[in-house]
Design a protein around this ligand. Structure first.
Ligand code: TNX
Length: 607
């Protein structure tokens, strides 16, 4: 007997309408009806969830980028979902091709997609380098021509009224990123610009993109356009590999951290009292003897020339320039242990593994010292493709002022003889100007007449104010490692200053950029390096890159918060600073203080 189920008043059209129960017995029919209702409910729920998922906005907003981009024009209707068959197309230029290969390498592990890299024919005349990521079926240039023509005109169209960017050049490092429904295009005048655009694209994908293994995720990029370029040409971080030695692999990972945040210089503090870390053929004992100590009782270590070349090559591929520092005339105890002839009394001092400063110096009265300086600078310069040679110059407390000045002037000449440009800590200021020289200001009081005077004589500045940019300072009194002689540096303190206006009587045009130094008296491992860098390194990076008009603590910490899950996915240690609204998630254990703090709590002079 045919059974016609009644419509349920509660649930609308009865789902059993579609079920043929003709042949069933009544008891079985009841059971089946119950099961079918449940199944239909489940199906409705699943369909609704799937619909929500399909229509869900991108998990990241177009402006959620660190450092903040110059111009952001979202278009929520133009979100792009990376398909499994996506192809990365790139102009036929070897440097651009290399950036495309790096993008593919970044995206493949988490997506599990093949992401082949292929040549494009769609290079725009104004912007020779074009990199597109799109669905395989949509590679042609036509869709871009219709939707997002390249060139200066569109830059003008995107500008908020009143901003004159007519013909605005993307410059040496700028890029433009267009996300339309069918793909992503990054355009730049240089491979460095493309590389920075790739870092932005990386941040626009869900945080799981940082995973080293495939993740089931919708790889949505928020729609719209970003036009971006840096405020300052020099944006750096310093790693002290002398107080504690860090091997090549650790340094490469630090370079990756710089590159993520568009920093373009890695300053390596290669020599100090506690160790000499770079091989010099003419003076082999510098490393063989001077490289075997470090703070505490660790074994030290040093880079062979091939190690150093590897670091330089790895950095160059990521558009990071290595700035080698040979600290002179002070901070030289390790060199004096290796070569007593360089010591003022010609007697080898004992090796030093403590944390005091200011006691050692090479003999400024002996010509042999200048042979040493010339040989070292020549060999290091020959290994270094970048334009800079850093000669230190800090805390030579035992060298009288006149002698110090004369020594620095000779050292500056020896740098010039290698074809490089001298950089030094701001104590170099009283020495005569040398063409192009750059002073790195690390003071704690922004009223520094000697530095301002050196700027009037032609010096440019890298700003590393110790109260804001010294990443070896503790975050808070209970931070297990670090110093506090310049103060505590929480994330807001690292962020809230203006490199263009920090020093009295120094115009913004004299500022080449910013650098965040990490001294390593108390830092002994990669985890501890990362704990001190994150999240303050991105704060300093934003000061170096982003236009001042974007500066906004609340906006910054909200953007920064999203990076916690990225660092977790990438296995990067970081400090869960309480002033940043991190999303919920497992906390990262803080490093234990692994090194008893010896001796000093800070430098003797803070000028
Ligand atoms: C000062 S800053 C130093 C370094 C120490 C650092 C510790 C500068 C040029 N010299 O020798 O490592 O303080 O915070």
């Amino acid at each position: 007997m045919p059974t016609t189920p009644a419509a349920s008043p509660d649930t609308g059209p009865d789902p059993l309408d579609r079920v043929d129960l003709d042949t069933r017995q009544p008891a079985v029919a009841d059971l089946t009806r119950t099961a079918a209702v449940a199944a239909a409910d489940l199906a409705r729920t699943v369909a609704q969830a799937a619909g929500e998922l399909l229509a869900a906005p991108a998990p990241v907003r177009l402006g959620d980028v660190v450092p903040a981009p110059e111009l952001v024009t979202p278009d929520p209707a133009a979100d792009f979902t990376l398909p499994e068959d996506a192809v990365i197309r790139v102009a036929a230029d070897p440097a651009a091709r290399d950036v495309a290969e790096q993008l593919a390498d970044l995206l493949r592990p988490a997506t599990g997609y093949p992401l082949p890299v292929a040549d494009t024919t769609a290079a725009q005349p104004n912007h020779p380098l074009v990199l597109t990521v799109s669905a395989a079926a949509q590679q042609g240039s036509e869709s871009w021509q219709e939707t997002a023509p390249g060139g200066a005109e569109i830059v003008q169209d995107l500008a908020p009224s009143g901003v004159d960017v007519v013909g605005a050049a993307l410059g040496e490092e700028g890029y433009r990123l267009d996300v339309i429904g069918t793909g992503v295009r990054i355009t730049a005048g240089t491979a460095a610009g493309l590389f920075h655009g790739v870092q932005t694209l990386r941040q626009l994908l869900p945080a799981a993109v940082e995973s080293a293994t495939p993740v089931a995720e919708r790889w949505v990029v928020p729609g719209g356009t970003i036009v971006d370029r840096p405020r300052f040409a020099y944006r750096g971080a310093m790693l002290d590999v002398a107080r504690h030695f860090f091997g090549v692999e650790d340094v490469l990972r630090v370079i990756d951290h710089l590159a993520r945040y568009k920093l373009n210089h890695l300053h390596l503090h290669l020599t100090d009292d506690q160790g000499w870390r770079i091989a010099v053929d003419a003076w082999p004992k510098l490393t063989e003897v001077g490289g075997t100590t470090e703070v505490g009782d660790g074994p030290g270590g040093w880079y062979t020339k091939d190690d150093y070349r590897r670091i330089v090559r790895y950095a160059a591929r990521r558009h990071v320039t290595v700035v080698p520092e040979i600290d002179l005339p002070g901070h030289t105890n390790a060199a004096l242990v290796a070569y007593p002839e360089l010591a003022p009394g010609k007697v080898a001092p004992p090796p030093y593994t403590g944390t005091e400063v200011g006691f050692s110096y090479v003999d400024p009265a002996d010509e042999r010292t200048y042979d040493f300086v010339a040989d070292v600078l020549r060999e290091v310069a020959a290994l270094t493709p970048g334009p800079w040679l850093h000669i230190g110059g800090d805390e030579a407390f035992k060298v009288p002022a006149d002698t110090y000045r004369a020594f620095i002037e000779r050292a500056q000449d020896l740098v010039a003889a290698t074809g490089k440009t001298a950089v030094g800590w701001h104590q170099l200021a009283p020495a005569a100007h040398a063409d192009g020289r750059v002073l790195q200001w690390w003071g704690t009081n922004g009223d520094d007449p000697a530095t301002a005077e050196a700027v009037r004589r032609g010096a440019r500045l890298i700003l590393s104010p110790a109260k804001h940019a010294y990443l070896d300072m503790k975050y808070a009194p209970d931070t297990p490692i670090g110093h506090d002689w310049a103060g505590l540096i929480d994330v807001r303190t690292a962020y809230d200053w203006d490199p263009g206006a920090h020093l009295a009587d120094v115009p913004a045009e004299a500022v080449l950029g910013v650098e965040a130094p990490l001294w390593t008296e108390s830092v002994t491992s990669l985890t501890e390096i990362e704990f001190m860098l994150f999240p303050r390194l991105p704060a300093v990076a934003e000061l170096g890159w982003s236009p001042r008009a974007t500066h906004d603590w609340d906006g910054f910490r909200a953007r920064l918060a999203g990076h916690g899950s990225r660092w977790r996915a990438a296995g990067i240690a970081y400090h869960r600073a309480p002033e940043v609204p991190w999303p919920a998630g497992p906390t990262v254990p803080a490093p234990r203080s692994s090194q008893p703090q010896r001796g000093r709590s800070g430098p003797q002079s803070r000028s």
